[in-house]
Design a protein. Structure first.
Length: 458
């Protein structure tokens, strides 16, 4: 009896002390559960080369001209569902220690489902935005961790995107990706291996990134002006090579990411700009360029610029949110060798593509009407002048996205929603629904999806 009483007393003490510590550190458990039932398909893909499907001379990337289509199918998808712990501890003089540990959840089939379309690292601790740092209302916030870059955050939020910045209807189908089956990235550095067996991995061309090994600083807001800066460390830097530029099996590379955003708010208006640079990520190698295997192609600079305008209008008929984004992605390799990627052409040196994306929603009572539209132009490219005998062509690399939806809010935390979305690809383009959550098909295919879902935040 005495032992039982002792155990009960000890347990009560531990619970009380834990509660006191949690209170002192203001620990919060939070999460989002967002799952929908979808019908998706892809049709109209290019057939085998020849006839009307033949690529023009100097085509940058012809895609997979297989003619394969994806017939209509049903699926249940978890859309960025997550659970997390965050908190802060007051350190005095307005300074706080802060932390957050957020992990993805696959609500459709568990963390080990082989059929999941959600690449959020479900089942892995701290797979989503996680950090530790210091924060001050006067000095700003500084932290280390695994976090969305400032470039991504500019448009990947529920205040900009009409579909909660997740799922197959949202804007990252086109924002932050040049197509070419390039999807969102959650890497801590380059995904492709550099060395004796270099590889090109699509994630290295993505500007829709949750980047690990990062340091970020966020300024406080001064008269409506705020900024964010991020640096992803060069942990993958090459070992010292025999020459300044490397060898044929181990180029001297120094993979680094710099990202920054600037935002200005004035009443119902907001304007923002973001820039991000990937050094030695060789995104162009994914888009059809040569792999970084030699001293002739030992550096790369991939840049992204994005500007947004936002307006919020309150009337007796409800609240309207209007947003527009303009984006240019630019990929650059240093290749000056004479080897040809396609007969009669030189290696790719440069590719640009421009995008405009509109997002809008109107809330009236518990009802919200949602829409999105994006247009990606085919862009322009250049090849190595020493080897190129044919002009570089980007014909058919354009695409358009259309999304429309409706949601009903039972409370501030619970919504049900429905949507329809479609991506029309140019003859050689391969943009995928939800930036990689599509069904996949031949180049030039049109993907579409219809969904009904439920979202709850806690």
């Amino acid at each position: 009896m005495n032992k039982t009483l002792l155990y009960v007393t000890a347990a009560a003490g531990l619970i009380a002390s834990g509660a006191a510590l949690a209170d002192a550190a203001n620990v919060e458990i939070y999460g989002t559960l967002n799952t929908d039932f979808e019908n998706v398909k892809a049709t109209g893909g290019r057939g085998p080369a020849g006839g009307v499907s033949a690529a023009p001379a100097g085509q940058m990337n012809t895609g997979a001209a297989t003619g394969v289509v994806q017939p209509s199918r049903n699926r249940v998808t978890s859309n960025s569902s997550n659970i997390g712990f965050r908190g802060k501890e007051e350190l005095g003089m307005g300074l706080n220690a802060i932390f957050q540990i957020e992990s993805g959840l696959n609500m459709d089939a568990g963390s080990t489902s082989p059929n999941t379309t959600n690449t959020n690292g479900s089942g892995v601790w701290a797979s989503r935005n996680s950090n530790i740092g210091l924060s001050s209302s006067k000095l700003g916030t500084l932290f280390y961790g695994n976090w969305d870059t400032p470039y991504k955050t500019l448009t990947n939020t529920g205040t900009f995107d009409s579909f909660w910045a997740t799922g197959i209807a949202n804007g990252n189908t086109m924002i932050g990706t040049p197509g070419f089956n390039v999807a969102s990235s959650t890497a801590s550095g380059r995904a492709g291996v550099i060395g004796a067996a270099p590889t090109a991995v699509a994630a290295d061309a993505s500007f829709d990134r949750r980047q690990g090994n990062s340091v970020q600083y966020w300024t406080p807001s001064w008269s409506g002006i705020s900024a964010k800066f991020a640096y992803s460390a060069n942990e993958q830097r090459s070992s010292e090579p025999a020459s300044a530029s490397g060898t044929t099996t181990n180029p001297n590379i120094n993979p680094t990411i710099y990202s920054a955003s600037l935002r200005y708010e004035y009443g119902p208006f907001a304007a923002a700009y973001a820039f991000e640079q990937h050094r030695d990520y060789f995104g162009l190698s994914v888009l059809g360029g040569a792999l970084p295997t030699s001293v002739t192609n030992n550096t790369s600079r991939d840049n992204a610029n994005k500007a947004t305008l936002s307006y919020k209008l309150d009337t007796s008929a409800g609240t309207t949110y209007l947003n527009v984004a303009f984006e240019r992605l630019s990929y650059n390799n240093s290749d000056n060798g004479a080897a040809a990627v396609i007969a009669g052409t030189g290696n790719l040196l440069h590719y640009d593509r421009d995008l405009v994306y509109f997002a809008g929603k109107h809330q009236i009572g518990a009802n919200t009407f949602r829409l999105g539209f994006g247009n990606a132009w085919s862009g322009s490219c250049d090849r190595n002048n020493a080897a190129a005998t044919t002009a570089c062509s980007t014909t058919g690399l354009d695409a358009r996205q259309y999304s429309i939806g409706y949601s009903y809010s039972f409370s501030k935390r619970t919504d049900v929603y429905g949507f329809y979305t479609k991506v029309n690809n140019g003859q050689f383009a391969t943009y995928q629904l939800g930036n990689g959550a599509g069904v996949g098909a031949a180049a030039g295919s049109d993907s579409q999806g219809l969904g009904l879902g439920m979202r709850h935040v806690f």
